[in-house]
Design a protein around this ligand. Structure first.
Ligand SMILES: CC(C)(COP(=O)(O)OP(=O)(O)OC[C@H]1O[C@@H](n2cnc3c(N)ncnc32)[C@H](O)[C@@H]1OP(=O)(O)O)[C@@H](O)C(=O)NCCC(=O)NCCS
Length: 208
């Protein structure tokens, strides 16, 4: 499926010239803003929490690591037209979480040539600050991000990967309509992999 992702993405966005658009998305309770320097405090407040990182890297993030992640994400938006958003709670203005539609990769390390990722499957992902858990916000954001992947990027398929013990994330994948495909090698690890094709996508959740 590598070829179709690349050619569809280019055809639907008019090629490289439009890939660098920064797209803000909206849901009932959230504004999804492409990572920017102003999100550093809020993102770090989330990523420094061990319970947030338990099934991601297993280690709380330092402020420097969060700042480096923002810079990496900004390069991805510019080169690829999709990457990570900060989830802004529209009532409080706080950073409630973050999520992505990004080109998945097998290796742990990001390549220097970002455009070499364009043929890879698109991945959807999410994390929330614990103050915002159990409110249905991950599913709400996931539905909107999936719509962006299928409608704007014309993705034929989305994958999601998780640590096999991450039950909460599996529930979000289930609610989105994803199907478990098995353990696969992504980002240099063996991860539970779920998949949703554009044909099987039912649109969006009622709360999105
Ligand atoms: C995964 C995460 C984003 C889920 O966020 P959330 O907003 O609480 O999820 P939702 O409220 O949309 O709930 C989705 C479902 O998961 C269930 N769920 C939430 N937390 C759970 C937990 N700790 N254990 C089991 N189920 C859980 C909810 O009950 C809900 O189930 P339902 O579909 O039957 O109603 C959140 O737990 C988180 O940020 N975890 C840390 C970061 C992380 O692991 N990200 C994913 C990496 S793959």
């Amino acid at each position: 499926m590598n070829g179709p992702v690349e050619s569809d993405a280019c055809r639907n966005q008019g090629g490289t010239a439009q890939r660098n658009a920064l797209t803000t998305l909206h849901t009932r309770r959230l504004r999804l803003e492409p990572f920017a320097d102003r999100h550093l405090e809020g993102l770090h407040e989330m990523n420094r929490k061990p319970e947030v990182m338990q099934f991601i890297t297993g280690r709380p993030e330092t402020r420097e690591q969060t700042a480096a992640a923002i810079a990496r994400v900004q390069r991805c938006w510019a080169a690829l037209g999709t990457s990570w958003w900060a989830f802004i709670c529209t009532t409080s203005g706080r950073v409630a979480g973050a999520g992505c539609i990004q080109y998945a990769r097998r290796d742990a390390v990001m390549p220097d040539d970002l455009e070499s990722l364009l043929g890879n499957p698109l991945e959807i992902g999410w994390r929330l600050h614990p103050d915002f858990w159990h409110l249905g916000l991950a599913s709400e954001a996931a539905a909107r991000m999936a719509a962006f992947a299928f409608e704007t990027l014309a993705a034929p398929e989305l994958i999601a990967v998780r640590h096999p013990d991450n039950v909460a994330s599996a529930r979000v994948m289930d609610r989105l309509g994803m199907r478990y495909r098995g353990l696969e090698s992504w980002y240099g690890e063996t991860l539970a992999t779920h998949v949703l094709s554009r044909n099987d996508w039912t649109g969006s959740s009622p709360s999105a």
